[in-house]
Design a binder for this molecule. Structure first.
Ligand code: ATP
Ligand code: MG
Length: 614
């Protein structure tokens, strides 16, 4: 491709709309263009990168035995009602774009395809002889993200590869999962990315396991905890660890003490001269179930620990049945305004006890007979205690009165131990690892580019997708699902690999592998040599650009660096010796090569660069 004929517009300045380097660079280098919030046009260079990534994904999926298909983006609401996700996706979480067609039928734009694929499997898979089956597609997904940001990282329209597997049983599903796990490692390695596979939260659906593939980058939205021995890595949402031991309590007898101005654990410990591990703190949360029911929670946890809200959410979803619902749609720490809606009187914030009285909650208004009280508040605190707090003896905690705490308290004496004992503590860097207490957890930031998931029979049971097994019995299909953010992966590569001059693509996913630059298009010998090399390189299968624009050499070099093409060939001064300059974008190394040697040299360099790294 000749730059003179291409839609090629680069910007000198960083665009104001972008915060992180990869987003700035993709905009500046003319790869993408914003159309609306979270909606981007992939310009010709970007489209080539996306096709390269897609091809790697495709090859690895095929190698793992998956078959490519293309499902519909428009999805009928009926299917989502069968799985029970229509209301959660369109109303509660509101992540699905939905519409009503002119026949008054409700439709959604696919944010994911479990429903569609399960309906197809239900109709087409009859016998165990058709199993295992693994189908994938590479397609645009739509999600009305609350905070679309960072360009392609969190878009409202983005490209995903999603695969869905169907097996006869749990064992088969796990084998498929392992194959996909390997395929995901291969995809990331081949794309030239530094990454980690980590244990991930699989939500309350349970499922026997899930892993996320994290591209390591400071701008990542996720925190990863891992050990140096390579034996443990998890998303902080899921991570487990050993908490530090609690220090012996300095309190011997139970008493109430005046503790003015100690609404934080730090101030309290200073005042009482004790360790945060001697304190039981009581954290207030407000959860809303999909039925509209609001539940107020009091979580008691050791003073030095924090609540992991993902773990807490999972515990709450397990209780959804009690509130007539299926899931939790919001979990927050209620602020002043939220508290005013349900509190009968101001709460002793900072001084709450595990037995905070239920009459802080306004009594429920009786609903008219026959009317289901929607949007109502359960007039009793749901009390949970984290394991770290259960073991404490002679602890300090709030006295339910502003300015007062109690010390020397014990479960079973002054306070009743809440019935719900849970593990909701947040693991943090520096904690000891469970598999080996000599290892401490380290922290890194990552961008989730893939998620593989042992789904089990959740969808096949709710949607009635069964098959006849070898014994002639009807059994639900056992499913797995596997996603890769293709467009997110492409941008992550830039986030991980760039310098002050621009993008540094790996050869595997660069839009072009080489660019021939003519420093001065008025010099006939430069043009001639460049044209010849351009043709020869492309014929040799090296995807090459030709910068034949009527621009200054400096501008062209800057642009070549900005767009990040791995090799730049300059038909400049060295021509008089029959040579050209070849510059490596990543290292800035430059060498003069005889014109006749360029093709072979680049072919070798490209093969070397594509070799899997150890
Ligand atoms: P996240 O936690 O980042 O929102 P998710 O858990 O919703 O991701 P999945 O539903 O598992 O993601 O989707 C599979 C993959 O699709 C993700 O691993 C990610 O790479 C990509 N992806 C998800 N949401 C977006 C988005 N809004 N923009 C770009 N890529 C996305
Ligand atoms: Mg998401």
């Amino acid at each position: 491709m000749r730059l003179s004929q291409m839609l090629f517009v680069t910007l000198r300045e960083d665009p104001a709309e972008a915060e992180i380097p990869s987003h700035k660079l993709l905009l500046r280098a003319g790869y993408i263009r914003r159309v609306a919030s979270g909606v981007y046009a992939y310009l010709p260079l970007m489209w080539r990168v996306l096709q390269k990534v897609s091809q790697i994904v495709r090859e690895e999926m095929n190698a793992a035995g998956a078959q490519e298909c293309l499902l519909s983006q428009l999805q009928p609401s009926e299917l989502w009602k069968e799985s029970g996700r229509w209301d959660t996706y369109t109303k509660a979480e509101g992540i699905m774009f939905s519409l009503v067609d002119r026949q008054e039928r409700e439709m959604g734009l696919g944010p994911t395809h479990e429903e569609v694929i399960t309906a197809i499997a239900r109709d087409m898979v009859r016998s165990y002889r058709q199993l295992p089956l693994n189908l994938y597609q590479i397609q645009t997904k739509f999600r009305d993200e609350i905070r679309p940001r960072f360009g392609l990282m969190r878009g409202r329209e983005f490209i995903m590869k999603d695969a869905y597997s169907f097996d006869a049983d749990e064992t088969g599903m796990k084998e498929t999962y392992q194959k996909m796990n390997q395929a995901y490692h291969n995809i990331l390695r081949r794309s030239g990315l530094a990454f980690r596979a980590v244990d991930a939260d699989s939500g309350a659906i349970g499922g026997s396991g899930s892993q996320e593939f994290m591209v390591l980058a400071d701008a990542g939205e996720d925190e990863i905890l891992y050990t140096d021995d390579g034996k443990y890595a998890a998303n902080v949402e899921k991570a487990v660890s050993l908490p530090a031991d609690a220090e012996p309590s300095p309190f011997k007898t139970y008493e109430q003490r005046e503790t003015p101005g100690t609404e934080t654990i730090e101030k309290l410990c200073q005042f009482l001269n004790c360790s945060p591990t001697n304190v039981v703190k009581n954290v207030l949360y407000q959860a809303t179930y999909d039925t509209g029911m609001t539940v107020l929670l009091l979580v008691s946890i050791r003073g030095d620990q924090d609540v992991n809200e993902v773990k807490l959410q999972n515990e709450l979803v397990k209780l959804a049945g009690q509130y007539g619902g299926k899931t939790v749609i919001a979990l927050t720490v209620p602020d002043q305004t939220a508290q005013e809606k349900w509190a009968a009187r101001p709460l002793p914030l900072g001084y709450m006890a595990p037995n905070l009285s239920d009459d802080y909650i306004k009594p429920a208004k009786p609903a008219p007979v026959g009317v289901k009280a929607a949007g109502s508040v359960v007039p009793k605190f749901l009390r949970l205690v984290d394991k770290t707090a259960v073991e404490l003896k002679n602890f300090a905690t709030g006295a339910d009165e502003a300015g007062y705490h109690v010390v020397g308290a014990n479960w079973g004496k002054e306070f009743q131990l809440p019935e719900l004992v849970v593990d909701v503590r947040k693991a943090t860097a520096g904690d000891r690892a469970i598999h080996d207490p000599n290892q401490t957890l380290q922290s890194a930031r990552g961008i989730e580019i893939g998620h593989i998931f042992q789904l089990g029979t959740e969808y096949s049971i709710s949607m009635g997708a069964t098959y006849t097994n070898e014994q002639g019995e009807e059994a639900p299909l056992v499913m797995g699902c596997y996603g890769v953010g293709v467009s997110r992966l492409a941008q992550s590569a830039v986030e991980q690999s760039h310098d002050k001059d621009g993008i540094i693509w790996s050869v595997a996913i660069a839009p072009y592998q080489a660019i021939v630059v003519i420093p001065n298009i008025n010099a006939a010998e430069q043009v001639q040599a460049a044209e010849a090399l351009y043709t020869e390189l492309n014929q040799a299968g090296i995807e090459t650009l030709l910068d034949d624009r009527n621009e200054r050499a400096g501008v062209k070099f800057k642009d070549a660096d900005l767009i990040g093409i791995p090799y730049r060939i300059v038909t400049g001064k060295a021509l008089k010796n029959g040579k050209v300059e070849v510059v490596n974008r990543a290292t800035h190394e430059s060498q003069e090569l005889a014109i006749a040697d360029v093709v072979l040299h680049l072919k070798r360099a490209i093969v070397d660069a594509s070799m899997p790294q150890p």
